[in-house]
Design a protein around this ligand. Structure first.
Ligand code: 2NL
Length: 343
């Protein structure tokens, strides 16, 4: 087998050196290598002489040889005529060129940009921060007690222990940095990737994308929270959307509430997406806990604030009916291409 492999290598070198400036020469190449009595066919005939245990490896060599010959032929064919000195070309150079395939924006980025533009109109600035955080900015400052389950190794990816560095589990850490560096009034949203140690499935992933928001000033009330978030979903989903708030609990807000919108799939009639309730949860929110304010030297008797956090995947799922989280990171162009034309 070694001998024949060497022979193949030699043929490949010959093919590489083969020059064909005219269609006749290209045809000669085809007959010599790819014709019914060509060298590729001849070499393939050697398969019957190869011992059984080497057949698989030899098959691979053969396939690769055949592809090489075909590619070389295609290339010669394409360039034949280009270097003729007759002054005429086989190509019509006045034809319009081939269009470049144009990519699309990722659906998560489309939705993130829409969210940002809605809050921009309400005067929110955009802040970004590191994905690797320390314990204080991710947990401590947010009023999460030492024994809170979110701090558990099972839930959080730790990069280092003592001092603790971790992959941020929410973008509250960015808002913590804003509060560290700015005085109220503060009005920011923080979009970004966050990480949680989850087993990957259609409904859970080890990373997802959040937009959190924070508004601190004098006299900021729960009514402001409700109206801001109501405005947001109307801009995002349409004027007809209904909202409801349910009491909830987060260590960093008090009181806390989750916001549901009327199901965009069935219009509130009841379907699989809303589990036949007519409502789907889209975000968590609440009035910033006084301890969180005080952690940054903000006088909680003078200032109040509201905050919220939403998952970009969730909003995208509701807007575009994407029902498997894994699609977002598989980079399958059949999925991504469906968002062509959405700005
Ligand atoms: C959720 C819930 C929430 C916040 C995030 C926040 C940030 C600061 C202070 C207080 Cl700096 N709160 N963020 C508040 C309530 C809920 O997220 O389910 N997110 C996907």
């Amino acid at each position: 087998m070694e001998q024949i492999v060497q022979q193949i290598e030699q043929y490949k070198q010959e093919m590489q050196a083969f020059e064909a400036h005219t269609p006749d020469l290209v045809e000669a190449f085809r007959i010599k290598y790819l014709g019914t009595k060509g060298l590729v066919k001849t070499v393939m005939g050697e398969m019957k002489n190869v011992p059984v245990e080497q057949k698989k490896a030899f098959g691979q060599v053969l396939n690769e040889f055949k592809e090489f010959a075909e590619q070389r032929y295609a290339l010669l064919k394409e360039h034949a005529g280009e270097q003729t000195d007759t002054g005429t070309s086989a190509k019509d150079i006045t034809l319009p060129g081939d269009l470049f395939p144009v990519g699309t924006r990722h659906p998560l980025n489309l939705v993130k940009n829409q969210i940002i533009s809605i809050f921009r109109r309400l005067g929110f600035a955009v802040a970004e921060g590191p994905e690797i955080e320390d314990d204080w900015h991710n947990f401590g400052a947010m009023n999460l007690p030492e024994d809170h389950p979110a701090r558990d190794m099972q839930d959080t990816f730790y990069i280092n222990q003592n001092p603790d560095w971790l992959l941020r589990t929410h973008t509250s850490s960015v808002q913590a940095r804003v509060m560290e560096n700015q005085k109220p009034p503060i009005r920011v949203i923080c979009p970004g990737r966050v990480y949680r140690n989850e087993t990957i499935s259609a409904r859970a992933h080890c990373f997802f994308h959040q937009v959190e928001g924070l508004y601190i000033d004098e006299n900021v009330s729960f009514a402001d929270l409700k109206q801001t978030l109501y405005f947001f979903v109307q801009e995002m989903f349409g004027q007809h959307v209904k909202v409801r708030f349910r009491p909830s609990y987060f260590p960093f807000t008090e009181p806390s509430a989750e916001m549901d919108i009327s199901c965009q799939i069935c219009g509130g009639e009841g379907c699989n997406i809303c589990k036949h309730t007519g409502w789907v949860e889209i975000l968590g929110s609440g009035m910033v806990h006084p301890k969180v304010l005080e952690n940054f030297g903000i006088d909680s008797t003078k200032y109040t604030g509201f905050a919220f956090g939403m998952g970009v995947e969730r909003i995208t799922q509701l807007k575009y009916q994407v029902n498997d989280l894994r699609l977002y990171s598989q980079n399958d162009v059949r999925f991504l291409k469906q968002f062509t034309g959405v700005i």
